[in-house]
Write a protein that binds this ligand. Structure first.
Ligand code: ADP
Ligand code: MG
Length: 554
């Protein structure tokens, strides 16, 4: 007869268990994520150990997690063929708390109390003990890889647990079997539909395949294949595999326009796999739209709400997987984490340089990308001061010399006329309207290129007074045009110096007649054919921004 040892939980464990058992947290699904993540960790640990001791894998070399459901008896079994636990491991790992931050977490939950406290439980990974949110008894049977004995651990979560040895025939050949005796109101976790949904939602990219057995003795069917694509090296991944993965993660059915896959090493270690979609998601301009980058810690999904990229890259889909954060990282911790800030910075730079490379190497693909997402990228010119010049250099424009949005500011600067001091632009509601503007006449006559900015966002970023290559950007509807020094194409010189008396008389007459409706009336080199045009003052919003702001009811 095997002897049964009785153990009392360490004080902190008892406290945590009390929290789990009495949790009013409604989303108890997280327990499965935790147990699957432990099972996957165990498989990864074995994988590592087996590098030096290949015999540990013996006749069963491929890692596997099996979920066995028993709806009739209200049970769910999570079994892995990973590293397993010895008797001492069971007592150490499941009787004490080694996880750093757990005590701080418990303090927070207790301080928050009630519903808020419950909410916190879902945001943290709560580890093995979360099993007691859904079960009134948990049995663990484990056999350490390479050992010739097996042990079982059992508890009802009420302050104590038992440990005893079991026959090898009653244990997995290697690894751990966790059996949950489900609470009456948690029996849905023994149903195939629920379990499959949760696994796909939360653990679909765990790097170990997961099999599901619908009832004891039933057939196993694979529900996820365990290939965490991003952990493989770039050279081994085909374009089709990337595209499939992209479609899975984005829910879009097109091809990615750009794939960025890299592993950062050094101070912070993480892997990132990011895609620029081939077409515009419908809610791109919805003010509530958030970024869609997923955060993984050691291949376990944590959140898709971590702001891994700035807003102006909100169209990028993909994930970051890091080992630098604890699995039980909370949303609050994520927002303030300097590690996340560093990852965000590194990722933003990589995405932007990849877009730059695309612009250099595949101008046509880039042109499509710019057509699709240029309006969003331009938000960065006024939102991200640090990267403003990088984004300005990336931007492409329609101008008086190009119908397509293909002119970069570098192209523009190369094309500047002698004596031209600024980069000129005209904002307006549509390209047709812009092209017909009388304001362009003087610029056309001198062969000066003008950026035609018809995108609503243009009126905003131009007000952040950007300059490019030492040249300021200047609206042609604003202030003096300073064209007198630049030769017209037909050779006719503008006459510098004083305004002739006939014109001066007319200006005085116009000012008197228009009164307060205008602030000034001036002679200008702006026009060649039209008699007059309206111009906004040098400082303050230009005419198009005024219209947009009026339209917005401000
Ligand atoms: P964490 O996974 O963050 O360490 P958990 O509470 O989830 O915290 O698990 C506690 C410990 O229990 C793990 O660190 C591990 O040593 C052990 N453990 C849990 N499940 C398994 C398993 N399936 N196989 C091997 N060890 C396990
Ligand atoms: Mg865990």
């Amino acid at each position: 007869e095997k002897s049964v040892e009785n153990h009392v939980f360490e004080a902190d464990v008892a406290r945590l268990l009390h929290m789990m058992v009495h949790s009013v947290y409604s989303d108890k699904d997280v327990f499965l994520r935790e147990l699957i993540s432990n099972a996957a960790d165990a498989c990864e640990k074995l994988r590592y150990e087996a590098i030096g001791r290949p015999e540990l894998l013996s006749e069963d070399p491929s890692a596997r997690i099996t979920l066995t459901l028993d709806e009739e008896n209200g049970r769910v079994v999570i079994e892995d063929n990973g590293i397993g636990m010895s008797r001492n491991d069971l007592v150490e790992a499941l009787g004490t708390i080694a996880r750093s931050g757990t005590r701080a977490f418990m303090d927070m939950v207790e301080a928050a109390k009630g519903k808020d406290g419950a909410q916190l439980i879902g945001q943290f990974g709560v580890g093995f003990y979360s099993a007691f949110m859904v079960a009134d008894r948990v049995d663990v049977v484990s056999r350490l890889a390479g050992a010739d004995e097996a042990w079982t651990w059992s508890s009802d979560g009420k302050g104590s647990y038992t440990v005893s040895q079991v026959d090898l025939a009653d244990a997995p050949k290697r690894g751990t079997r966790v059996t949950l005796h489900l609470l009456e109101d948690a029996r849905t976790y023994a149903s195939r539909w629920t379990v499959e949904r949760i696994v796909k939602e939360q653990s679909g990219h765990v790097p170990v395949p997961i099999d599901l057995v619908e009832k004891p003795g039933g057939e196993a069917s694979r529900i996820t294949d365990g290939s965490a694509l991003w952990t493989r090296s770039k050279s081994e991944i085909s374009k089709e595999e990337y595209a499939d993965f992209y479609r899975g993660i984005s829910g879009q059915y097109d091809e990615p326009a750009l794939t960025v896959h890299f592993r950062a090493e050094g101070r912070h270690e993480y892997t990132a796999l990011a895609f620029v979609p081939g077409s515009q998601p419908f809610d791109l301009f919805d003010p509530d739209r958030k970024g869609r980058m997923k955060l993984y810690v050691k291949r376990v999904f944590i959140t898709d709400d971590a702001d891994l990229l700035p807003r102006y890259l909100r169209f990028v889909r993909g994930l970051v997987d890091t080992a630098d954060l604890p699995l039980n990282v909370s949303r609050e911790m994520i927002q303030e984490s300097p590690i996340l800030a560093a990852i965000r910075k590194g990722l933003t730079s990589r995405v932007l340089t990849s877009i730059e490379k695309l612009a250099d190497n595949e101008p046509e693909t880039f042109a499509t990308l710019w057509e699709t997402f240029g309006s969003v990228l331009k938000e960065g010119i006024y939102e991200d001061y640090e990267r403003r010049s990088q984004l300005l250099a990336l931007a492409r424009f329609r101008t008086t010399t190009s119908e397509e949005a293909t002119r970069s500011l570098a192209d523009y600067v190369k094309n500047m006329k002698e004596g031209q001091g600024a980069i000129y632009y005209l904002t307006g509601g549509s390209l047709a309207q812009l092209k017909a503007s009388p304001q362009l006449e003087g610029f056309r006559a001198r062969g000066i290129e003008v950026l035609l900015l018809s995108d609503p966002v243009d009126s905003f970023w131009v007000t952040s007074a950007p300059d490019f290559d030492g040249k300021s950007l200047k609206s042609i509807t604003q202030g003096a045009a300073e064209l007198a020094d630049i030769k017209k194409l037909d050779g006719e010189e503008s006459k510098p110096g004083d305004t002739p008396p006939t014109i001066a008389n007319f200006l005085a007459f116009a000012k008197a007649t228009l009164g307060d409706a205008v602030s000034d009336v001036r002679a200008s080199d702006r026009l060649t054919e039209s008699a007059v045009c309206l111009v906004a003052p040098e400082h303050g919003p230009d005419r198009q921004l005024e219209k947009i702001l009026q339209g917005a009811g401000r």
